[in-house]
Write a protein that binds this ligand. Structure first.
Ligand SMILES: Cc1cc2nc3c(=O)[nH]c(=O)nc-3n(C[C@H](O)[C@H](O)[C@H](O)COP(=O)(O)OP(=O)(O)OC[C@H]3O[C@@H](n4cnc5c(N)ncnc54)[C@H](O)[C@@H]3O)c2cc1C
Length: 353
């Protein structure tokens, strides 16, 4: 049977995969028996797509924050890293915070997402500043970045993660269900995200097929992608091409339509372009530990932050994403929380074996 992507309820954040013994056995080339699913329920407890009370979780995580259209926040502003580094997406704050956490030894590793030559996202633990900087810039294809979470938690004393909203939600659920890891997972730096795209392969053209057809160029020649003011922009040498984001609707990962969270409302600090001018980032500080980090960055001259330039634009996009998720057809809504759970998949396989 052909795999019907529109029926895939999984956001592919990668979190459950990281803890699943069945999957790691398969990855090692073994053929696990049904007994290997320990029913540990980690997948169930951390899945960001299962219904859970996100507002209550945010309130327990961020007691000093106040409600805003972009979720609970202590402050929201527009900023940039100083001096600006090349290769960053907007204000370069995500990379700067990651580097600073390593430099000051607040963490031993930062989970970042770099890319291969074809722009496929590749997530890894950066243990030095060069490793963080090498991952600068946004990759808009869907990536199960958290699939390396558990090995990192085993290997390092304290870590930070740069994460999309779905991944930030998985990490918040993880912190809640395993409080003993609270200090180890020292900082979640969230990125705004309206959607991710299917990358594309032999069977599904995806983003790489779109670029090949529309630009007549392979992905490997693209130097930079951007999403700004409702447009998707690709740059290669002297060429800049842009399309209305709606033209790429068919390439979007289907379950992203069910996500109501634009700004990573469960991350310690969130960064995005909307609300700020080019070369700068909107920054939302939610937790006290993120506030201390950002204040230290400003004090040391590594970060400049002023008032949020365009709160109205940010508010509009937050509301539009929430509204879009509420308007989903019943069928798609029911899909949520069904078979995305790895334990359920394995149990289903056991039954049909
Ligand atoms: C898939 C995606 C969709 C986005 N959609 C929007 C949007 O709709 N509106 C908006 O305002 N902003 C969006 N952003 C955020 C924006 O593109 C920038 O990431 C953000 O402004 C931070 O910029 P920066 O210069 O501080 O980041 P940089 O300093 O350049 O660092 C970027 C960081 O992003 C991480 N990263 C890159 N790709 C991924 C990925 N696929 N998954 C997880 N981490 C990744 C890297 O690890 C890197 O550390 C999106 C980002 C991504 C990855």
């Amino acid at each position: 049977m052909e795999f019907d992507q529109s029926m895939d309820p999984c956001t592919h954040c990668g979190a459950c995969f990281s803890f699943c013994e069945w999957d790691s056995a398969v990855a090692e080339g073994l053929n696990p028996g049904p007994e290997i699913c320990r029913d540990c329920q980690t997948c169930y407890r951390i899945c960001p797509r299962l219904p859970f009370d996100a507002s209550a979780l945010a309130a327990s995580m961020f007691p000093s924050a106040s409600p805003a259209a972009w979720g609970l926040s202590i402050t929201a502003g527009t900023g940039q890293a100083c001096p600006p580094e090349s290769g960053v997406q907007d204000g370069g704050i995500a990379s700067m915070l990651g580097r600073y956490l390593l430099r000051t030894r607040q963490v031993d590793a930062v989970l970042v997402t770099g890319r291969d030559a074809e722009w496929r996202p590749v997530s890894y633990w950066a243990t030095d500043e060069a490793g963080v900087q090498a991952a600068a810039g946004s990759k808009y294809s869907t990536a199960p970045g958290l699939s390396v979470l558990q090995p990192g938690l085993d290997r390092f004393e304290r870590v930070a993660v740069i994460a999309l909203p779905c991944q930030s939600a998985a990490l918040a659920r993880f912190r809640q269900s395993r409080p003993q890891y609270g200090d180890k997972l020292a900082m979640v730096i969230g990125l705004f995200c309206s959607k991710t795209f299917v990358h594309g392969d032999q069977r599904t053209p995806g983003l790489s097929g779109f670029i090949r057809d529309r630009l007549n160029r392979p992905m490997a020649e693209i130097e930079r992608f951007d999403i700004r003011r409702g447009r998707f922009i690709a740059r290669a040498g002297e060429t800049t091409a842009e399309w209305r984001i709606k033209e790429l609707a068919d390439l979007a990962w289907p379950i992203c339509a069910a996500c109501a969270d634009l700004t990573a409302e469960l991350a310690d600090v969130s960064l995005g372009s909307v609300g700020s001018s080019e070369g700068k980032s909107s920054i939302i500080v939610r937790s006290e530990r993120a506030q201390a980090l950002v204040e230290a960055g400003v004090r040391e001259g590594l970060l400049e932050i002023g008032p949020l330039e365009n709160a109205e634009a940010l508010e509009k996009l937050c509301n539009s994403k929430r509204h879009g998720a509420e308007q989903l057809p019943e069928e798609q809504r029911k899909l949520l929380g069904r078979a995305a759970i790895r334990g359920n998949w394995h149990r289903q396989r056991r039954r049909s074996a």
